[in-house]
Design a binder for this molecule. Sequence first.
Ligand SMILES: C[S@@+](CC[C@H](N)C(=O)[O-])C[C@H]1O[C@@H](n2cnc3c(N)ncnc32)[C@H](O)[C@@H]1O
Length: 248
Amino acid sequence: MWFTGLNFNVSDPEAFARCVEGIRKSISTPDHFFCSDNLITWNKNLGFLGNQRFWDTVRRNSTNNIELSIIWRTYILCWFARYAKAINGDFVEVGAYEGNTANIILEEADLAATGKSYFIYDAFDHSEKDINHAMPEHGPDLYNKVCARFDKYEFVKVVKGYVPDSFALNFPEKIAFAHIDLNQAPAEVGALRQIIPVLAPGAVIILDDYGWHAYHQQKEAEDPLFAEYGLEVLELPTGQGLVLNHYS
Ligand SMILES: C[S@@+](CC[C@H](N)C(=O)[O-])C[C@H]1O[C@@H](n2cnc3c(N)ncnc32)[C@H](O)[C@@H]1O
């Protein structure tokens, strides 16, 4: 089982490719090798890569190569989404963009069968004043596209506007699962200040950017906030941060 995908922050792609090839040639398990999303590892089972149903879900809901490259992050999200089905409360995706990850999660967890709602937040557009970077699909049409995408799922609530202010428009009473991916610290801290108090016992938060050095301001701003609630973030090799609400 081997897989290579996109890596970020590479300044010399040719030199990088030569080094990766050098690593593969120098290890005893070149057929058990993973190089994608800034993770290089070998001699691991990578069992999730052999799950055809999972691949089909990811491919069906992907609009570019990035979703395929971040497959390990998505595997972790889907695992915890299935776990959170047994937890009291709804699901939230804070920073949904086109809704690709949200769509993968709701299909892989079969959220339609749970009676839970899935709240999806984004500005869906970009202004020069925004701290987070612009993305290619940002614009006046994105909100309508995302609404149309989830139209068949009555339990999905697409909320347009700036987080955390947009939470006033529609927000769950209890949260079982939160995926937070805003690429900026102030709005994530604002979101977490409202999300943490309504976490159900056993609820999970996954912070997409927490372990990435490029977004270290998020870790620095969020660690003290979690500590106020007696919670600690587990930094994962994928760059995600994982929080389990072990309080009742
Ligand atoms: C990396 S994208 C999210 C990708 C998405 N989670 C996925 O996996 O498919 C980050 C998104 O956060 C949104 N965002 C950043 N700051 C925001 C804020 N304060 N309020 C609402 N949306 C925001 C951006 O518009 C952007 O679409």
